[in-house]
Design a protein around this ligand. Structure first.
Ligand code: PEP
Ligand code: MG
Length: 887
């Protein structure tokens, strides 16, 4: 018999933390906490395998599931001394989803399950609190109707608002048991009106409805979007957790809250969290009431006048602090905890590794390594390389004038400026027009994910540090200010009221997610400081990694920036990018459009000094580090004059008629420029171009070598080689120029000549190419293009559909197609080494900055990766992680 259900409770559990694939994160950790002897309400987990079975079998359950669930319910009852559905001894349960990876707010939860017209009276009797019982029942109807019966949440909110208005009260807590009974009557009538049948009264029916809803929610729109954004496979499925209810809303000695063992925003080693007295879990997250701080220190920091948990429930607080310490040490990571206090008794409902900002992740990793809790290797492995992007976010210049129009919570760091929009659809639309927006909402919900993605930053007027907006924005690395209570959003009027002023859609504001300020207009920003914890992690990463990290750069500014980010040389200098400046493009056009070698040489002579000084500057900036300069690569038509003005200008410089020039331009037209006259084919047709470039490189090397006092060893790279003889031909020209420059200057020059491997033929013939090539640099942009036969410039229009239809998992131009393109890289590396064991191997396609591709490069044993300057820190970290993984 297959085991679909795993029980836990009373210090014992059938599962363990390591079973997260089977039990989901929540289920596995509940089991683990139970085994650690922590106070966890008894319960059971239905496995992710049951979920997969459900989908594989037309949304039905395995035959033996019912029996196993009933047995597990009995067991919970035994532990709790209660029985499900028994008014004499009432057991109520919660039903929650729990996938392998945490998907916050994506899946649905039902609380207080088992209540009906009869059991609610039992609950009132047992608790001695009628108001609590009816409040719980109405919450249950509301949640169940929404999650399981698929009725709109708003319908119930409206009934509730009407009730409060007719009673003349503002807060839910001001409604009496009688009022709730009245609301319940209206809720039930509404359900019957909408569905044509009454709200289910049978607890068993309720339970199976909720289990089915959790399974179904795995395929709801929000979950599908979240999975797509986070690369979570559909095949993982979700588990279902059924657990005895404990109540945080049983009066003023009860409470519910969420906490992080360290501050998730800054990483500071201080318990950080929020709670609400007399409330159920969803009240904290929904941001309807503003929560209180857990510790007294945090309360003072926040300047809150609402008492802390430490103050109001010192016993429970003490127990909670001990447990959170224990859990952090046990898991050796910062934990995100959920708890409930029922009449003074603390219950743990969840623990998991807490989401954190990149800044917090660095601090936590560095400090935990300092505390001896983890090794430096682990610290380095714990940082998501892509998240370093967040640290490269600008912050507001401290000298800038701040016209503060509102203040909220500093929910996610960094600052952002943009036009106000009030809906996620508007955010998305303006983004596609290339505009920057700040999404302004009362609060966000999972329906806003696309708008949050599109926005530069998020501003909400309600909700705490753990509200949906705050949690999701931190995960995305977007600046967010939440709970800015002094601002008023009026969706209907389409405006935001702040300090007596009205801001409309399109007005520009700045939010500072590090202070919680909302500012009028755009404000000057500063680039971030990459010192402190960032520097420590980078230092450790540099010690651990084997591969070098270079940068793709051709301008001095990019080269300097890359150096400041730790680049160890230039892996790709695309010389064609150096010809677009105003003063060069005309000479370049003259060169291309010349009819004779003599004219071409004359134009090249004008370009030579410019190239030489560019290269000399790059060599100086790189101060002895390797610099790979690639000979001219792209199709010449990219440089052709297009407008009449441009044609006239070049015609004049060349002393020919505009007509003649136009004819020559037309004759250079190609149907498929990417597969046309480009790369080394240009050097084969016009060797004088390669000769001029080689001369510029060698003369610059001599010049820079003299200036800096350290010899420069340039690496000359020939692009788009497919046939070994192409390289032989070009290399012969390069070597000749080198001999000449050495003779003329009387200076010895060490240099390498190598090639890009960016055509399948080159990969397959790499052993022959390596006879001349002293290095290979994998040009995986072109190699992907030519391996797939997909144009790199046109791919995005259809690749997204391929992704959505599951034909490909990842855009192969973003993350290397390891099975296909990667196989060619492996072949070329092996064959190249066979001919020339010491051959230098690197990668300079976009993949050189992608962590998954970098892992592959480590496996193949490349010597270096090269990427754009902003990705250098990401690559340094990813290379270290790859080395740790390889062991
Ligand atoms: C490549 O093809 O991967 C490469 C780095 O060259 P480019 O992108 O300039 O074609
Ligand atoms: Mg290329």
């Amino acid at each position: 018999m297959a085991k679909w259900v795993y029980g836990f409770g009373d210090g014992k559990a059938e599962g363990r933390a390591g079973d997260r694939n089977l039990l989901g994160g929540k289920g596995a950790n509940l089991a683990e906490m139970c085994s650690l002897g922590l106070p966890v309400p008894p319960g059971f987990t239905i496995t992710t395998e049951a979920c997969n079975w459900y989908y594989a079998n037309g949304n039905t359950y395995p035959a033996d599931l019912t029996e196993q669930v009933l047995a597990a319910l009995e067991e919970i009852g035994k532990i709790a001394g209660k029985r499900f559905g028994d008014p004499a001894n009432l057991l109520l349960v919660s039903v929650r989803s729990g996938a392998r990876a945490s998907m916050p707010g994506m899946m649905d939860t039902v609380l207080n399950l088992g209540l009906n017209d009869g059991t609610v009276e039992a609950l009132a009797r047992e608790s001695g609190d009628e108001r609590f019982a009816y409040d719980s029942y109405r919450r249950f109807i509301q949640m169940y109707s929404n999650v399981v019966l698929d009725l709109d949440h708003e319908m119930f909110e409206e009934i509730l608002e009407d009730e409060k208005a007719s009673r003349g009260v503002e807060l839910d807590t001001e409604l009496s048991a009688k009022d709730w009974q009245h609301v319940i009557g209206l809720y039930k009538a509404k359900v019957e009106e909408e569905l044509g049948k009454p709200f289910p009264q049978d607890p068993q029916e309720q339970l199976w409805g909720a289990i089915g809803a959790v399974f179904s929610s795995w395929m709801n729109h929000r979950a599908i979007t979240y999975r797509r954004l986070h690369d979570i496979p559909e095949s993982w499925g979700t588990a279902v957790n059924v657990q005895a209810m404990v109540f945080g809303n049983m009066g003023d000695t009860s409470a519910t809250g969420v906490a992080f063992t360290r501050n998730p925003s800054t990483g500071e080693n201080k318990l950080y969290g929020e709670f609400l007295v007399n409330a159920q879990g969803e009240d904290v997250v929904a941001g309807i009431r503003t929560p209180q701080n857990i510790t007294e220190a945090a309360r003072l920091d926040a300047g809150s006048d609402k008492p802390s948990l430490e103050k109001v429930m010192p016993e429970a607080f003490k127990a909670f602090v001990e447990i959170s310490d224990k859990l952090e040490k046990h898991y050796r990571d910062m934990q995100d905890l959920e708890f409930t206090i029922e009449r003074g008794k603390l219950w743990m409902l969840q623990t998991r590794s807490g989401k954190r900002t990149a800044k917090a992740a660095l601090r936590i990793a560095v400090e935990m390594a300092g505390e001896g809790l983890i090794t430096q290797e682990e610290a380095v492995s714990r940082i998501d390389p892509a998240s370093l992007d967040q640290l490269l976010h600008p912050t507001i210049d401290p000298k800038a004038e701040r016209k503060v129009i509102g203040l909220g919570l500093p929910a996610s760091p960094g600052a952002a400026t943009g036009e106000i929009v009030f809906s996620s659809d508007d955010a998305e639309e303006l983004k596609t027009q290339g505009r920057k927006v700040i999404l302004v909402r009362v609060e966000t919900s999972p329906e806003d994910i696309h708008g949050m993605h599109a926005a530069e930053g998020i501003l909400t007027t309600r909700g705490g540090m753990t509200s949906h907006a705050a949690v999701v924005a931190r995960g995305m690395g977007k600046p967010c200010v939440s709970g800015a209570g002094t601002l008023r959003v009026d969706y209907r009027a389409g405006h935001l009221l702040a300090m007596g002023r009205t801001f409309k859609k399109g007005d520009v504001v700045t939010i500072d997610g590090s202070t919680g300020q909302v500012l009028d207009g755009a404000v000057p920003m500063l680039q971030p400081e990459l010192s402190g914890d960032f520097a420590s992690i980078m230092e450790w990463a540099d010690r651990i990694r084997r591969m070098k990290v270079r940068t793709n750069a051709e301008t001095p500014a990019d080269a300097r920036m890359a150096r400041s980010f730790g680049a160890e040389g230039i892996g790709l200098c695309r010389t064609e990018h150096m010809f677009f400046d105003d003063d060069r493009i005309v000479a370049m056009r003259e060169m291309i459009l010349s009819d004779t070698e003599k004219d071409r040489r004359a134009a090249l002579a004008k370009l030579l000094p410019m190239q030489r000084s560019d290269f000399a500057e790059l060599f100086e900036i790189m101060a002895g580090l390797p610099v790979t300069i690639r000979l001219l690569d792209p199709p010449l038509h990219e440089f052709l004059p297009k407008t009449e003005e441009e044609i006239a200008e070049v015609a004049k410089a060349m002393n020919v008629s505009a007509d003649k020039l136009r004819q020559r331009t037309e004759s250079l037209h190609e149907f498929n420029p990417m597969l046309g006259h480009r790369g080394c084919r240009l050097a084969v047709s016009y060797p004088e171009i390669a000769e001029m470039q080689a001369r510029a490189i060698f003369e610059a090397a001599v010049e820079a070598g003299k200036k800096t006092g350290s010899p420069v060893v340039p690496e000359v790279m020939v692009p788009l080689v497919g046939v070994a003889k192409e390289l032989d031909f070009v290399k012969a020209r390069i070597d000749e120029v080198a001999r000449n420059v050495i003779e003329e200057s009387g200076t010895k020059i060490d240099y390498l000549v190598g090639t890009m491997i960016e055509l399948p033929r080159a990969a397959i013939r790499a052993h022959v190419i390596a006879e001349a090539a002293e290095f290979f640099s994998f040009g995986t942009n072109d190699l992907t293009q030519t391996t797939f036969g997909i144009s790199r410039d046109d791919a995005s229009s259809f690749l997204e559909a391929y992704r959505q239809k599951g034909i490909i998992e990842q855009d192969p131009f973003v993350s290397l197609d390891i099975e296909g393109v990667g196989e060619l890289v492996r072949i070329a590396a092996k064959k190249g080494r066979h001919t020339r064991p010491e051959i230098k191997l690197g990668i300079c396609g976009e993949h050189g900055g992608d962590p998954a591709s970098i892992r592959f490069c480590e496996e193949v044993g490349l010597d270096y990766v090269s990427c754009s300057p902003f990705r250098v820190p990401i690559a340094r970290l990813a290379a270290a992680q790859a080395a740790v993984k390889k062991g």
